[in-house]
Design a protein around this ligand. Structure first.
Ligand SMILES: NC(=O)c1ccc[n+]([C@@H]2O[C@H](COP(=O)([O-])OP(=O)(O)OC[C@H]3O[C@@H](n4cnc5c(N)ncnc54)[C@H](OP(=O)(O)O)[C@@H]3O)[C@@H](O)[C@H]2O)c1
Length: 273
């Protein structure tokens, strides 16, 4: 029995079968939370759940496509039926893209809004009664591109920026009832080797190799810290903090630096299969 700081609590991490979500769930579990993870890929969910259980964590998975509101309702209802409560919700499920706005297919734009924004809104709305009872925590996983739009990821960044607005409204609605609402702007983080993003035509493409500032475990530890310290907003990586400073105090210079150094960067390129 794990009697860590989160002993007796229940945590749901969307997209917890892979990547940063998997590491966030693992760390919450190591602190004693009973875990629920969800995603579309049942094989990955089962493998991650098995790995968690082998590590002594208490974990379950629910297959769910967050684009589907009925799926999201069933997800939260399953947590309630099996665990009777929900203390921590991490809205991590997300997909990125590469492509200029001019060349991006409408279905990719729709996917960004549906997965990254609506998915988080659907799950959170259904989870609120449980989170209010628990005086719990809901965290939205955003990106540095939400702080300032970057080239080749416009609809992705916009969907993440929308999460900031959603979180602000939610904080005004339920902050007074003891619910913590956090936003974490994740910086460049290592990826699972098989991670894919949407290409501009809607095909799924692997990411070009990148230099990353954080491991998945490091990003996860900041997300967990946001939950434990009930912070409003966390901006990750040294580059992210520096960029936020420039965006705030030197916006014109920031725009120039983005065009000069970010446009054409390999970080924002996708290689074809
Ligand atoms: N890695 C980075 O550098 C970085 C930077 C900034 C922000 N972020 C954000 O951090 C979060 C995690 O990113 P990651 O790098 O760990 O990505 P990842 O490895 O591709 O993981 C994404 C997770 O989201 C789930 N997901 C995607 N579409 C879904 C859908 N329609 N319904 C349910 N689950 C869905 C995936 O599960 P299934 O495949 O099973 O559906 C997967 O578990 C995302 O929100 C991302 O935008 C990442």
């Amino acid at each position: 029995m794990n009697h860590g700081r989160l002993h007796g609590t229940v945590a749901l991490v969307t997209g917890g079968g892979k990547g940063i979500g998997r590491e966030t769930a693992r760390q919450l579990g190591q602190l004693g939370a009973r875990l629920f993870i969800c995603g579309r890929d049942q094989k990955a969910l089962a493998a991650t759940t098995d790995a968690f259980r082998a590590e002594g964590l208490t974990a379950d998975y629910v297959a769910c496509d967050v684009r589907n509101a009925a799926d999201c309702a069933r997800l939260v209802d399953t947590v309630r039926e099996r665990a009777g409560r929900l203390d921590i919700l991490v809205n991590n499920a997300g997909m990125s893209m590469r492509g200029s706005l001019e060349d991006t297919a409408p279905e990719v734009m729709a996917a960004m809004a549906e997965i990254n924004f609506l998915g988080a809104a659907y799950v959170t709305a259904r989870a609120l009664p449980l989170l209010k009872t628990a005086k719990g925590s809901v965290v939205f996983i955003s990106s540095l591109t939400a702080l300032r739009g970057l080239p080749q990821v416009g609809p992705y960044g916009a969907s993440k920026k929308a999460l900031i607005g959603l979180a602000e409204s939610l904080r005004a609605e339920v902050g007074g009832q003891g619910v913590h609402v956090g936003v974490v702007h994740v910086g460049f983080t290592e990826n699972d080797p098989d991670k894919v993003v949407y290409g501009q035509d809607g095909s799924l493409v692997p990411l070009d190799s990148r230099r990353n500032a954080h491991t998945q475990a490091q990003a996860a530890s900041h997300i967990v810290k946001n939950v434990l310290s009930r912070k409003r907003e966390s901006t990750l990586t040294g580059l992210g903090k520096l960029a936020a400073f420039f965006y705030r105090y030197f916006p014109g210079l920031a725009d120039w630096l983005i065009v000069r150094f970010v446009s054409g960067s390999r970080q924002f390129a996708a290689k074809p299969r």
